[in-house]
Design a protein around this ligand. Structure first.
Ligand SMILES: O=P(O)(O)O[C@@H]1C[C@H](O)[C@@H](CO)O1
Ligand SMILES: Nc1nc2[nH]cnc2c(=O)[nH]1
Length: 311
């Protein structure tokens, strides 16, 4: 989909007809990561619009991702109008990058100014155990650096868009401050919300131990297969962005490789070495941790939203 062909007018018109007036101009957006679609249960007056009804949207094919936009209100009083993406598109599903980020551009056109992106991620850092939520302070986008997988490639969307987008300020300090203040208000343990660097890889394969070591050496704390295209499009659209990664597993990085040569030699010498089980990551494990921690993530996201100043 070339930029010029993006069907914004049609999508926005469908949404206008589907939504009551008080939900038509959300100021805050949420992207729900793997297993985290229940974040929308914090909303009231919810209207869900399936992606299948929305021109330009794809369908999420990944288990743990629904395929709809949920509009609703959050917080005290009249509430703040919010829109949540229940399910995202990953390039590894075969979606074009322009499709992956299309919902973000639609959210921007609806009036969203602050975006909270969540995801499930593997930990590369022993200090970030499973269950930790990580406020992302920076990122390494391996597919952007190594090949043509940057959603901003191609003709500019218009003269008001910067051709060369700076990313040293990609992850909003204002929103990260609110996240830590929100965690404090919620009485979360100090280690429940940490800070770290996210590495984006294309997936859908999980890391080999050597790749895990490489990413760790490159300064990454967690790794995942999503989010960064959304961050780039959101920043291009002028949104403030915070990324919250839920650590769902450790990337398997043994201190040293098992030597099969030594094991065979020991076996032949009649002194077999006990063989440790081989560890592997699974998407089911990722979803299970998402389910266990969905409420903490939901409370944190809701509290951040309540604290975002309304203008
Ligand atoms: O959409 P997110 O980033 O939350 O999903 C993660 C990355 C892969 O899509 C999947 C791997 O288990 O979970
Ligand atoms: N690349 C990657 N993505 C993940 N998403 C959740 N866990 C992981 C992981 O270990 N690696």
């Amino acid at each position: 989909m070339a930029h010029q062909a993006l069907p914004f007018a049609i999508t926005l018109d469908i949404l206008k007809r589907r939504l009551p007036a008080h939900l038509q101009e959300p100021k805050i957006g949420i992207v729900c990561g793997s297993g985290l679609s229940t974040l929308a249960s914090a909303l009231r007056d919810v209207v869900e619009v399936p992606y299948s009804e929305l021109e330009g949207f794809g369908t999420s094919t990944v288990q743990g991702h629904k395929s709809s936009l949920a509009f609703g209100l959050l917080g005290p009083g009249n509430g703040i109008p919010v829109v949540a993406m229940l399910g995202r598109f990953h390039p590894y599903e075969g979606h074009k990058l322009s499709t992956v980020v299309y919902p973000i551009r639609v959210l921007a056109r609806l009036g969203v100014r602050n975006l909270i992106i969540t995801n499930a991620a593997g930990s590369l850092n022993p200090k970030l155990p499973v269950g930790t939520i990580v406020a992302i302070q920076d990122h390494v986008a391996i597919p952007n650096m190594a090949g043509p997988l940057n959603p901003l490639l191609g003709p500019s969307l218009g003269p008001e868009y910067p051709r060369f987008l700076p990313l040293s300020n990609a992850h909003s300090i204002k929103l990260r401050r609110l996240a830590f203040l929100a965690a404090h208000k919620l009485g979360l343990a100090d280690d429940a919300l940490a800070e770290g660097v996210y590495a984006w890889v294309s997936g859908p394969t999980y890391e080999t131990p050597a790749e895990g070591r490489f990413l760790r050496a490159a300064g990454a704390d967690v790794v995942g297969m999503s989010t960064i295209p959304e961050v780039l499009a959101a920043r291009e659209e002028g949104l403030e962005v915070i990324v919250l990664s839920l650590v769902t597993n450790f990337v398997v990085i043994p201190d040293k490789y098992r030597s099969i040569k030594e094991e065979v030699k020991a076996e032949l010498a009649g002194k077999p070495i006990e063989q440790p089980p081989q560890q592997v990551v699974s998407h089911q494990e990722v979803l299970n941790v998402g389910k266990q921690k969905a409420d903490v993530m939901k409370d944190l996201v809701a509290k951040i939203i309540e604290m975002i100043p309304t203008d």
